[in-house]
Write a protein that binds this ligand. Structure first.
Ligand code: TYM
Length: 337
């Protein structure tokens, strides 16, 4: 059975970008593949953070993932599999400084930190984090990695590191992982559709998949659409395209086609109020089940936490096996237990 690996940072709520771009696919792939999904808490330390909040967010996101349909046996917490960081170090020696300086996400995130204060602290962890990501993927020798398009460059780096490692040790040890993209490659921010939807942009920019109906409707209602006269010029603006993408991703394919038809018909001119209402209705319908399930899971906190600790320990065995072989191939010593 081919193996799938993916991961999410515990930096707050799961929004529709995470869900339509990645997590929805994680759930679908579980029947066909051996799936391993991580909540990567080491990654969440790369930006300024609060330690007690990190632990809380880690558990929070695990409950959320389960409510969205991810099976607990497939889930692990990265810091319960410390082999990731050891492989990360080894991979540091198979990645060039130049490659990391070309990572656009490092530039974006460090610019964001510096926006408020130009002398702000930028950690080496932020610079180096794509190498840890390569370790996350390769330690499970994953064949496929379901992610949003924003992770494309990181995936390419993981492939380069794997190739360089294989060449150095003289063995095709690592499979070169391939990205799996959903149809919704990128969900845009509601307040600024030139950017991707992201928690770090601020509250107006994203909607959590567990958002209350009232706020969800309000946020969709105030989503930015055309900035000028795009509709009559036959151009679909990014904001409008974003609404159509969400409608389709929420499973409303027929309605999507029908509304696209109306949008393109010069005689009718679909009103954005109607489009937004259709999008909000479909999102509310989809998420009401998630919200209910999450409440039920939260009532069994202790049991579920133990379950996740056990699944992490099981998944760790796969990581230990790879690390042992990698150390052997790299000329390092292995600890005998
Ligand atoms: P993170 O935590 O930012 O996002 C988790 C997943 O959600 C996708 N995503 C989006 N997709 C479409 N539109 C958006 N607006 C959007 N925002 C986020 C991301 O592509 C991702 O799939 N570096 C990763 C975490 C990571 C990882 C890994 C991923 C660490 N190790 C190994 C895959 C494999 C990140 O920060 O994702």
């Amino acid at each position: 059975m081919k193996r799938i690996l993916s991961a999410i940072q515990p930096t707050g709520e799961i929004h529709f970008g995470n869900y339509f771009g990645a997590v929805q696919n994680w759930v679908r792939l579980q029947d066909e593949y051996q799936c391993v999904y991580g909540v990567v808490d080491y990654h969440a330390m790369t930006m300024p953070y609060n330690p007690s909040k990190l632990r809380e967010n880690t558990w929070d996101i695990l409950f959320s993932l389960m409510a969205l349909g991810v099976k607990p046996d497939n889930l692990f917490i990265q810091s319960l599999v410390p082999e990731h960081t050891e492989l990360g170090w080894i991979f540091n020696c198979f990645c060039s400084y130049g490659e990391l300086t070309r990572m656009t996400q490092f530039k974006d995130k460090s610019d964001q930190v510096k926006e408020g204060d130009k002398d702000a602290f930028i950690s080496v962890g932020l610079f180096d984090y794509p190498v840890l990501q390569a370790a996350d993927i390769l330690i499970y020798r994953a064949d496929y990695v379901p992610v949003g398009k924003d992770q494309e460059q990181h995936l390419e780096l993981a492939r380069n590191i794997a190739t360089r490692f294989n060449n150095t040790v003289g063995k095709e040890y690592f499979v070169l992982p391939e990205a799996l993209y959903s149809e919704a490659l990128k969900i845009r921010s509601l307040a600024d559709p030139t950017k991707k939807m992201s928690k770090s942009l601020g509250d107006r920019h994203y909607i959590s998949v567990f958002e209350e109906e009232k706020t969800l409707r309000k946020k969709i209602g105030s989503a930015v659409t055309d900035l000028g006269d795009e509709q009559s010029q036959g151009i679909m603006s990014p904001g409008v395209e974003n609404l159509f993408i969400m409608l389709k991703a929420a499973g409303k394919k027929e309605l999507h086609e029908q509304l696209i038809g109306l949008y393109q018909d010069p005689e009718i001119k679909l009103s954005y109020k109607d489009l937004k209402e259709a999008v909000a209705d479909s999102l509310v319908l989809m998420t009401s089940g998630f919200i209910e399930l999450r409440k039920e899971l939260l009532a069994n906190k202790k049991e579920i936490k133990n379950q996740i600790k056990e699944s992490s320990a099981e998944i760790r065995k796969l990581a230990q096996e790879t690390l042992k072989e990698v150390k052997e191939l790299s000329g390092l010593q292995n600890v005998k237990f």
